[in-house]
Design a binder for this molecule. Structure first.
Ligand SMILES: [Fe+2]
Ligand SMILES: [Fe+2]
Length: 193
């Protein structure tokens, strides 16, 4: 398997970990029986989705999707739909980010709005990645030669993963610690698609 394909698949598993952390946090809002949610971890999770998937994962997928479309492989229009979803997911992430920053600045955010917006983002991200795994990722291995991969890679800048890559950026320290503990305690329900 090409190194870029491996990295894309690993990205999905990391994004799923971050989404599981976000799910764990949002489930705690409004539930007095549980430990209080950690706003710092939630903010870092959202910032991570801005900082890495939007800067590297989506741009590379967009290049790959274009190549597959040009080869006439998007017979059912699934790839075209996924490209539109990238833009939608980025807007949705931005909106959820604004909600959390409002909370952090002591502005009133209705709990029902926060919970439903965050849940919609988590569900959309998971569904999007499942569709890619089912309908698009298998095509990459079948269709692309090493030369194809090299040509595709040359079209984008390398961006290091600030949470799971090295060195870790200090603005994700709380989330990183949380992910480590969650993995250890089985908290946050890790999923791999
Ligand atoms: Fe995607
Ligand atoms: Fe993806």
């Amino acid at each position: 398997m090409n190194i870029l394909e491996k990295r894309l698949r690993k990205d999905h598993s990391h994004i799923n970990l971050v989404l599981a952390c976000l799910q764990y946090q949002i489930d705690r809002y409004g539930d007095s029986n549980c430990q209080s949610p950690d706003l710092t971890v939630a903010l870092e999770a959202i910032n991570y989705l801005h900082a890495y998937p939007e800067k590297w994962h989506h741009p590379l997928e967009d290049i790959i999707f274009t190549e597959l479309q040009e080869r006439g492989l998007d017979t059912k229009g699934v790839i075209a739909e996924l490209r539109i979803e990238h833009e939608y997911l980025e807007r949705q992430t931005q909106e959820v980010s604004q909600l959390f920053y409002s909370l952090a600045n002591d502005c009133v955010v209705p709990l029902s709005v926060l919970k439903s917006e965050v849940q919609a983002l988590i569900d959309e991200q998971r569904r999007h990645m499942e569709t890619e795994h089912k309908h698009v990722y298998p095509l990459m291995g079948e269709c692309f030669s090493d030369e194809d991969w090299a040509r595709l890679e040359a079209q984008l800048d390398d961006v290091r993963d600030p949470l799971f890559g090295s060195p870790l950026r200090s603005d994700f320290a709380d989330l990183y610690q949380y992910v480590l503990e969650a993995e250890h305690e089985g908290k946050g329900n890790r999923e791999s698609v």
